[in-house]
Design a protein around this ligand. Sequence first.
Ligand code: SF4
Length: 272
Amino acid sequence: MGALQSSRALGLSARAPVLEVFSSLQGEGRYAGEPQVFVRLWGCPLRCRWCDTPGSWRLPDEPRARVVRALDGPRREDGWASPFQVATWIAAAERGAARTVSVTGGEPLLWPGFVRGLRALVGPRRVHLETAGAHPEALAEVVEHVDHLSLDLKLPADMDAPEPLAGSAESVPTSATEWAEVRARVLELARGRDACGKLILAGDRAPREFRAILDDVAAIAPELPLFVQPVTPMNGVPAPTNEALDELCELALERRLSVRVVPQLHRTLGIP
Ligand code: SF4
C-alpha cells in the first residue's frame, strides 16, 4: 500500500465539521468523572425529545469551531477540520498532561473517516466514542479504532421523526422494527469490547418499555455494563421517580445484566 493509500485508509485526510473542543469531566456512563477532552462534531439526524445539544443537529453552511484552549480561553476556528488540526486543538485544550479524548456530537458516526484518522494522531491518548447507535455500517468502520464505545440504547418512542443530513451515506432507522435490527447489529459490534450501554429513562416512560432492549442485550452482549441515566428534566420531559429507576434496574438484574444508575454528573456540577 502506498503512502497516499495508507493515509486514506487511516482517515488522515477525512475532515469533519467540529463544533467545539474543550476539557471537562466525563458526565455519563462507565467513565463518569474522568477528566477528558471533548471533541463535539456537528450534525445529527435523530431527534431525541430530551436532547441537550439540539444546536448541533443541523450542519451550518460554514461551520465554526469553538476551541477552548487551556492557556488563553476560547477561540473561533474554521470548523471543517482534519484529524491533524483537531489533534493540535486537543493538545491546546489540555492543561499539560494528556487526557482521554471523547468524540461526541451530534452523531460522530456521520464522520467515520475522521474518527479513524483522529485515533492515529493522538498518541497515547485513549479515544472514546459516544454514539446513538443508529449507524452500524459506520460503527463497523471505526470500532477497531476506538478504545471505548459508549452506546445509547434508546426507546424508539423517545425520538421524533429523523431528519437525515443531505449526503448521508447510511439511512437512519425510523420504526421500532428497524431500530431492533440496528440494535442487534451494534450490540454484535460492542460485544467483548470496552463498551457500555446507556438506558435513558424519562419520568413519563414505564421501565417495562425497555424489556425488548434488555432482552437483546442479554441475548447478544450479556457482559455489556448498563448505565441507567435518569433524564435531566428539559423540553417538558420530566425526571423519573426513584421507584422507576429501581424497577428498571430490577428488569436488568432479572436478566443477569450488570446495571448501575448514574445521573449526568456534569449537570450536577454545572460544568460543560
Ligand atoms: S442522538 Fe444525541 S445529539 Fe442526536 S438528538 Fe439524540 S441526544 Fe441529541
